[in-house]
Design a protein around this ligand. Sequence first.
Ligand SMILES: Cc1cc2nc3c(=O)[nH]c(=O)nc-3n(C[C@H](O)[C@H](O)[C@H](O)COP(=O)(O)OP(=O)(O)OC[C@H]3O[C@@H](n4cnc5c(N)ncnc54)[C@H](O)[C@@H]3O)c2cc1C
Length: 462
Amino acid sequence: MADYDLAILGGGPGGYVAAICGAQLGLKTCIIEKDKLGGICLNWGCIPTKALLKNAEVYNTIKNADKYGIKVDKITVDFPANIKRSRDVSNRLRKGIEFLMKKNKITHIHGMGKLTSKTTIETTSSKKKEKVNAKKIIIATGARPRSFPGMEFDGKRVISSKEAMVLDAPPKKMIIIGSGAIGSEFAYYYNEFGTEVHLVEMMDRVLPVEDLDVSREVEKSFKKSGIKISIGTKVSQIDSLNTKVKVHTEKDDKKEILEGDVALLSVGVTGNIENIGLENIGITTDHGAIRINEFNQTNISNIYAIGDVSGPPWLAHLASAQGHVAADHAAGHSPKPVDYSNIPGCTYCQPQVGSLGMTEAQAKKAGHDVKVGKFSFQASGKAMAVGNTTGFVKLVFDAKYGELLGAHIVGGEATELIAELGVAKGLEATWEDIAMAVHAHPTLSEAIMEAALDAFGSAIHQ
Ligand SMILES: Cc1cc2nc3c(=O)[nH]c(=O)nc-3n(C[C@H](O)[C@H](O)[C@H](O)COP(=O)(O)OP(=O)(O)OC[C@H]3O[C@@H](n4cnc5c(N)ncnc54)[C@H](O)[C@@H]3O)c2cc1C
């Protein structure tokens, strides 16, 4: 049996960041991964989808090249090469993580891990079984796509994001169930490559966790680009047939059957809490997630849980941030807990969405007297220059103290622009701090400064 100070179960962004932090803090660390280092994020999530979305954006720009005074006579898409670029990016990045494990002297155990006591994990690979003894353990086993009875994945006609990332060719018609980040990103991607996309959402708008104005803007843009959208529509069953799928929907007692070549189910995820030995030692779970405190400790104090397995929001950067906190705490320090009120959420379809903090409705519900500032990219010189004026910046402030409560950006580079507002919110910045910080001209970020000015009635360019 090998002895460690810290053992990490799962090698996704939560697990590998925790491992590196632990090793840098001087802990003898191992990471147990049954599949590939990098987890869902690097191999089947964040990274390969962003590569695919970039391919779609490039194609969109070429299709619209005449707008920039460039004439392209014949455009052909090499779809397998499109997919290959995404797989290549993932593979390259994964090799980088393998290198980081070696550089930080972290033992990488390839196998399936299961807790057998509060300090031991049994690992099983095709080659051997071993036992790992560790003073502290961090569980980072992630999550998997959710399905429901009557709508099970078959990998061919009823698919998850994983299969959607490696299809041989764009299907003629795809029905996407669920318009969260994953559903919306694939809707944009496949629509660009000529698939007839029908997006079905149970809630009353697309991207239902976003600010209402953001959902409306994305919906408007999607519809304009040809994506069909059914909101307030519940899917009760999916029939997977030889050559097609039948998706049974219900809206206000009206039943309809939608037909397509393939159905992509993107209705959330559930934590990988099974078969990892939680019951053996009595670790508490709740609704498919491990319960944790602010330092990511479970009810057993030397065992931590981070990332998707510890519940929503299911985001790679949250998993990594929790990895930092857990490793630091496991090393005996007193880290600053993650600020859950300031986690950016990004959706990388076009228009992109980047948001954090409270929506306008949430701020009002929480009792704030709010001041809202908004600035449209239609009035931004840089947006005009680059040829993409879709979207806006919307900032929600507390009227009494002027403190930033929430930021909501929809538009071409929203996922990059949101970062400055994370820093601003973390520092409890007011509208004045944001408005008076000189933003470079011409940049899309000027729209943030203008939105802050607008909240107090003094926007310059609108
Ligand atoms: C299509 C898609 C797109 C996404 N895009 C984004 C995005 O743009 N931005 C974002 O922030 N998030 C995105 N996400 C979510 C993001 O991928 C997850 O939040 C993130 O991967 C969670 O990290 P994690 O470390 O908790 O778990 P994971 O990345 O899921 O890693 C868990 C690892 O644990 C391993 N494991 C599980 N059980 C065991 C066991 N018993 N023994 C050994 N190993 C085990 C698994 O093999 C896996 O490698 C996306 C997800 C999907 C599916």
